[in-house]
Design a protein around this ligand. Structure first.
Ligand code: ZN
Length: 290
Protein backbone atom coordinates (compact mmCIF):
# COMPACT_ATOMS: atom_id res chain seq x y z
CA UNK A 1 0.00 0.00 0.00
CA UNK A 2 2.64 2.38 1.10
CA UNK A 3 4.84 1.52 -1.87
CA UNK A 4 1.97 2.15 -4.29
CA UNK A 5 1.31 5.60 -2.85
CA UNK A 6 4.97 6.39 -3.18
CA UNK A 7 4.98 5.30 -6.84
CA UNK A 8 1.83 7.31 -7.60
CA UNK A 9 3.39 10.37 -6.05
CA UNK A 10 6.42 9.90 -8.26
CA UNK A 11 4.22 9.62 -11.36
CA UNK A 12 2.30 12.77 -10.45
CA UNK A 13 5.52 14.70 -9.86
CA UNK A 14 7.05 13.62 -13.16
CA UNK A 15 3.85 14.39 -15.13
CA UNK A 16 3.65 17.88 -13.69
CA UNK A 17 7.27 18.43 -14.69
CA UNK A 18 6.53 17.75 -18.37
CA UNK A 19 6.56 21.09 -20.18
CA UNK A 20 3.78 22.03 -22.61
CA UNK A 21 5.07 20.66 -25.90
CA UNK A 22 5.66 23.15 -28.67
CA UNK A 23 4.24 22.42 -32.12
CA UNK A 24 6.71 19.97 -33.66
CA UNK A 25 6.65 21.21 -37.25
CA UNK A 26 7.35 24.48 -39.03
CA UNK A 27 5.26 25.29 -42.08
CA UNK A 28 5.72 28.02 -44.67
CA UNK A 29 2.88 29.18 -46.92
CA UNK A 30 4.20 30.69 -50.14
CA UNK A 31 1.87 33.18 -51.79
CA UNK A 32 1.59 36.78 -53.00
CA UNK A 33 0.51 36.16 -56.58
CA UNK A 34 -2.31 33.94 -57.79
CA UNK A 35 -5.13 34.39 -60.28
CA UNK A 36 -7.20 33.09 -57.35
CA UNK A 37 -8.06 34.95 -54.13
CA UNK A 38 -4.81 34.29 -52.27
CA UNK A 39 -5.55 37.10 -49.82
CA UNK A 40 -8.75 35.33 -48.79
CA UNK A 41 -7.41 31.77 -48.65
CA UNK A 42 -3.98 32.26 -47.07
CA UNK A 43 -5.19 33.20 -43.55
CA UNK A 44 -7.52 30.18 -43.62
CA UNK A 45 -4.75 27.82 -44.76
CA UNK A 46 -2.60 29.18 -41.91
CA UNK A 47 -5.31 28.84 -39.27
CA UNK A 48 -6.17 25.28 -40.34
CA UNK A 49 -2.58 24.18 -39.80
CA UNK A 50 -2.25 26.00 -36.48
CA UNK A 51 -5.43 24.54 -35.05
CA UNK A 52 -3.98 21.02 -35.29
CA UNK A 53 -1.39 22.03 -32.68
CA UNK A 54 1.25 20.44 -34.91
CA UNK A 55 2.50 23.47 -36.80
CA UNK A 56 3.85 26.94 -36.37
CA UNK A 57 3.19 28.75 -39.64
CA UNK A 58 4.97 31.56 -41.46
CA UNK A 59 3.83 33.21 -44.69
CA UNK A 60 6.26 34.18 -47.45
CA UNK A 61 4.57 36.86 -49.55
CA UNK A 62 6.15 37.61 -52.89
CA UNK A 63 6.28 41.04 -54.52
CA UNK A 64 3.17 41.85 -56.56
CA UNK A 65 2.86 40.74 -60.17
CA UNK A 66 5.20 42.62 -62.47
CA UNK A 67 7.38 43.91 -59.64
CA UNK A 68 11.05 43.08 -59.13
CA UNK A 69 11.22 39.50 -57.82
CA UNK A 70 14.97 39.42 -57.17
CA UNK A 71 14.56 39.87 -53.41
CA UNK A 72 12.12 36.95 -53.05
CA UNK A 73 14.17 34.28 -51.29
CA UNK A 74 12.15 32.28 -48.74
CA UNK A 75 14.31 30.08 -46.48
CA UNK A 76 12.63 26.84 -47.51
CA UNK A 77 15.22 24.72 -45.74
CA UNK A 78 14.14 26.06 -42.34
CA UNK A 79 10.74 24.34 -42.69
CA UNK A 80 9.26 20.86 -42.57
CA UNK A 81 6.55 21.64 -45.08
CA UNK A 82 5.97 24.32 -47.71
CA UNK A 83 2.37 25.02 -48.75
CA UNK A 84 2.14 26.38 -52.28
CA UNK A 85 -0.60 28.98 -52.78
CA UNK A 86 1.31 30.72 -55.55
CA UNK A 87 0.73 31.14 -59.26
CA UNK A 88 2.45 34.03 -60.97
CA UNK A 89 5.76 35.50 -62.04
CA UNK A 90 8.88 33.33 -62.15
CA UNK A 91 11.00 33.12 -59.03
CA UNK A 92 14.65 34.11 -59.20
CA UNK A 93 16.95 31.25 -60.30
CA UNK A 94 18.47 31.11 -56.83
CA UNK A 95 15.03 30.67 -55.25
CA UNK A 96 14.04 27.98 -57.76
CA UNK A 97 17.22 26.07 -57.01
CA UNK A 98 16.72 26.43 -53.26
CA UNK A 99 13.19 25.03 -53.59
CA UNK A 100 14.27 22.03 -55.67
CA UNK A 101 17.13 21.31 -53.24
CA UNK A 102 14.75 21.60 -50.30
CA UNK A 103 12.42 18.96 -51.74
CA UNK A 104 15.22 16.69 -52.95
CA UNK A 105 16.72 16.70 -49.48
CA UNK A 106 13.50 15.57 -47.83
CA UNK A 107 11.34 18.69 -47.53
CA UNK A 108 7.56 18.37 -47.54
CA UNK A 109 5.27 20.16 -49.99
CA UNK A 110 1.53 20.72 -50.14
CA UNK A 111 0.29 21.74 -53.58
CA UNK A 112 -2.96 23.60 -53.03
CA UNK A 113 -5.53 23.99 -55.84
CA UNK A 114 -4.34 26.54 -58.43
CA UNK A 115 -0.64 26.18 -57.52
CA UNK A 116 -0.84 23.38 -60.11
CA UNK A 117 -1.11 26.11 -62.77
CA UNK A 118 2.15 27.81 -61.78
CA UNK A 119 5.45 27.67 -63.67
CA UNK A 120 4.50 25.59 -66.74
CA UNK A 121 8.02 26.02 -68.15
CA UNK A 122 9.94 24.91 -65.04
CA UNK A 123 10.53 21.17 -65.53
CA UNK A 124 11.52 20.41 -61.92
CA UNK A 125 8.39 22.14 -60.66
CA UNK A 126 6.24 19.99 -62.95
CA UNK A 127 7.96 16.88 -61.58
CA UNK A 128 7.46 18.00 -57.99
CA UNK A 129 3.73 18.75 -58.39
CA UNK A 130 3.20 15.59 -60.48
CA UNK A 131 0.31 16.96 -62.52
CA UNK A 132 -0.45 20.48 -63.64
CA UNK A 133 -3.00 22.43 -65.60
CA UNK A 134 -3.44 25.62 -67.61
CA UNK A 135 -0.51 27.80 -68.69
CA UNK A 136 -0.81 26.25 -72.19
CA UNK A 137 -0.04 22.78 -70.83
CA UNK A 138 -0.84 19.95 -73.25
CA UNK A 139 0.34 16.43 -74.12
CA UNK A 140 3.95 17.65 -74.24
CA UNK A 141 3.76 17.92 -70.44
CA UNK A 142 2.87 14.25 -70.00
CA UNK A 143 -0.14 11.95 -69.66
CA UNK A 144 -3.51 12.33 -68.01
CA UNK A 145 -3.74 10.08 -64.98
CA UNK A 146 -6.96 8.05 -65.05
CA UNK A 147 -8.63 5.60 -62.71
CA UNK A 148 -10.04 2.87 -64.95
CA UNK A 149 -11.05 -0.70 -64.19
CA UNK A 150 -9.93 -0.43 -60.61
CA UNK A 151 -6.44 0.86 -61.28
CA UNK A 152 -4.38 3.83 -62.42
CA UNK A 153 -3.87 4.26 -66.16
CA UNK A 154 -1.79 6.83 -68.00
CA UNK A 155 -3.54 8.34 -71.01
CA UNK A 156 -1.16 9.94 -73.50
CA UNK A 157 -3.85 11.15 -75.90
CA UNK A 158 -3.38 14.74 -77.04
CA UNK A 159 -5.38 17.55 -75.55
CA UNK A 160 -5.54 20.33 -73.06
CA UNK A 161 -4.02 20.35 -69.62
CA UNK A 162 -6.45 21.54 -66.98
CA UNK A 163 -10.14 22.39 -66.97
CA UNK A 164 -13.35 22.14 -64.97
CA UNK A 165 -17.08 22.55 -65.32
CA UNK A 166 -19.23 24.88 -63.21
CA UNK A 167 -19.06 24.64 -59.41
CA UNK A 168 -20.76 21.42 -58.34
CA UNK A 169 -20.95 19.17 -55.31
CA UNK A 170 -19.08 15.92 -55.79
CA UNK A 171 -18.15 12.70 -54.06
CA UNK A 172 -14.55 11.77 -53.39
CA UNK A 173 -13.63 8.10 -53.68
CA UNK A 174 -10.68 6.78 -51.69
CA UNK A 175 -8.37 4.66 -53.87
CA UNK A 176 -5.62 3.96 -51.34
CA UNK A 177 -7.30 3.41 -47.97
CA UNK A 178 -4.11 2.20 -46.26
CA UNK A 179 -2.14 5.36 -46.99
CA UNK A 180 -1.55 7.32 -43.74
CA UNK A 181 -3.44 10.36 -45.10
CA UNK A 182 -6.52 8.29 -45.98
CA UNK A 183 -6.47 5.68 -43.23
CA UNK A 184 -9.74 5.65 -41.30
CA UNK A 185 -11.65 7.84 -43.75
CA UNK A 186 -14.84 6.36 -45.25
CA UNK A 187 -14.42 4.96 -48.77
CA UNK A 188 -16.58 7.74 -50.22
CA UNK A 189 -17.26 11.22 -48.84
CA UNK A 190 -18.96 14.35 -50.14
CA UNK A 191 -17.39 17.73 -50.77
CA UNK A 192 -19.25 21.07 -51.05
CA UNK A 193 -19.89 22.69 -54.45
CA UNK A 194 -16.44 23.45 -55.83
CA UNK A 195 -14.41 23.29 -59.02
CA UNK A 196 -13.76 19.67 -59.95
CA UNK A 197 -10.33 19.84 -61.51
CA UNK A 198 -9.86 17.67 -64.57
CA UNK A 199 -7.56 17.00 -67.50
CA UNK A 200 -4.47 17.70 -65.39
CA UNK A 201 -1.36 16.36 -67.03
CA UNK A 202 2.27 16.10 -66.28
CA UNK A 203 5.19 13.85 -65.90
CA UNK A 204 3.34 11.98 -63.11
CA UNK A 205 6.59 10.36 -62.00
CA UNK A 206 6.48 8.53 -58.67
CA UNK A 207 2.85 9.57 -58.31
CA UNK A 208 0.42 7.72 -56.04
CA UNK A 209 -3.31 8.34 -56.42
CA UNK A 210 -5.06 8.60 -53.06
CA UNK A 211 -8.55 9.65 -54.16
CA UNK A 212 -10.53 10.47 -57.29
CA UNK A 213 -13.78 12.22 -58.15
CA UNK A 214 -15.99 11.36 -61.09
CA UNK A 215 -16.48 14.35 -63.42
CA UNK A 216 -19.67 13.82 -65.47
CA UNK A 217 -19.73 15.11 -69.02
CA UNK A 218 -23.12 16.78 -68.53
CA UNK A 219 -21.53 18.92 -65.82
CA UNK A 220 -18.59 20.00 -67.95
CA UNK A 221 -16.31 17.14 -67.00
CA UNK A 222 -14.23 14.51 -68.76
CA UNK A 223 -16.47 11.55 -67.86
CA UNK A 224 -13.44 10.16 -66.04
CA UNK A 225 -12.47 9.61 -62.42
CA UNK A 226 -10.17 12.58 -61.91
CA UNK A 227 -7.25 12.40 -59.47
CA UNK A 228 -8.08 14.91 -56.72
CA UNK A 229 -5.72 13.86 -53.93
CA UNK A 230 -2.37 12.30 -54.66
CA UNK A 231 1.23 12.15 -53.53
CA UNK A 232 4.54 12.47 -55.35
CA UNK A 233 7.96 11.32 -54.23
CA UNK A 234 10.71 13.64 -55.40
CA UNK A 235 14.17 12.73 -54.16
CA UNK A 236 13.71 12.30 -50.42
CA UNK A 237 10.83 14.78 -50.42
CA UNK A 238 7.14 14.08 -49.89
CA UNK A 239 4.56 16.01 -51.90
CA UNK A 240 0.81 16.05 -51.21
CA UNK A 241 -1.50 17.48 -53.88
CA UNK A 242 -4.97 18.72 -52.93
CA UNK A 243 -7.03 19.96 -55.89
CA UNK A 244 -9.92 21.21 -53.73
CA UNK A 245 -10.72 24.69 -52.45
CA UNK A 246 -11.42 27.40 -55.04
CA UNK A 247 -12.03 30.18 -52.46
CA UNK A 248 -12.09 30.53 -48.67
CA UNK A 249 -15.74 29.48 -48.80
CA UNK A 250 -14.86 26.01 -50.11
CA UNK A 251 -12.16 25.72 -47.43
CA UNK A 252 -14.99 25.37 -44.90
CA UNK A 253 -15.66 21.90 -46.26
CA UNK A 254 -14.57 19.26 -43.78
CA UNK A 255 -13.47 17.14 -46.76
CA UNK A 256 -10.94 19.85 -47.58
CA UNK A 257 -9.97 20.65 -43.99
CA UNK A 258 -9.21 17.09 -42.94
CA UNK A 259 -7.38 16.02 -46.10
CA UNK A 260 -5.34 19.25 -46.01
CA UNK A 261 -4.41 18.92 -42.34
CA UNK A 262 -3.54 15.23 -42.62
CA UNK A 263 -1.70 15.75 -45.91
CA UNK A 264 0.40 18.53 -44.42
CA UNK A 265 1.36 16.38 -41.44
CA UNK A 266 2.30 13.52 -43.74
CA UNK A 267 4.34 15.80 -46.01
CA UNK A 268 6.16 17.18 -42.96
CA UNK A 269 6.81 13.87 -41.21
CA UNK A 270 5.77 10.82 -43.22
CA UNK A 271 3.09 9.94 -40.68
CA UNK A 272 -0.38 11.06 -39.60
CA UNK A 273 -1.36 11.21 -35.93
CA UNK A 274 -4.61 13.20 -36.29
CA UNK A 275 -7.79 11.29 -35.56
CA UNK A 276 -10.69 11.41 -38.01
CA UNK A 277 -13.12 13.99 -36.57
CA UNK A 278 -16.74 13.20 -35.71
CA UNK A 279 -18.04 15.73 -38.24
CA UNK A 280 -16.36 14.03 -41.19
CA UNK A 281 -18.64 13.95 -44.27
CA UNK A 282 -20.46 10.83 -45.35
CA UNK A 283 -21.12 9.32 -48.77
CA UNK A 284 -24.36 11.34 -48.98
CA UNK A 285 -23.72 14.50 -47.06
CA UNK A 286 -21.00 17.17 -47.20
CA UNK A 287 -20.13 18.89 -43.96
CA UNK A 288 -18.96 22.43 -43.35
CA UNK A 289 -17.50 24.25 -40.37
CA UNK A 290 -18.36 27.87 -39.57
ZN1 ZN B 1 -10.19 27.60 -58.67
Amino acid sequence: MKRRTFLLTLVVISLSAVPVLAAPYKALIVTGQNAHDWKGTTPVLKQLLEETGLFTVDVAQSPAKGEDMSSFKPEFKNYHVVVLNYQGDSWPEETKKAFVDYVKNGGGVVVYHFACAAFPDWPEYNEIIGLGGWGNRNEKWGPYVRWRNGRVEFDFSPGRGGGHGPMQPFAIDVRYPEHPIMKGLPPRFMHVPDELYGWLRGPAKNLTVLATAFAPKDKGGSDEHEPILFTVEYGKGRVFFNALGHTANELKSVAFIVTYQRGAEWAASGKVTQPVPDDFPTADEARVRP
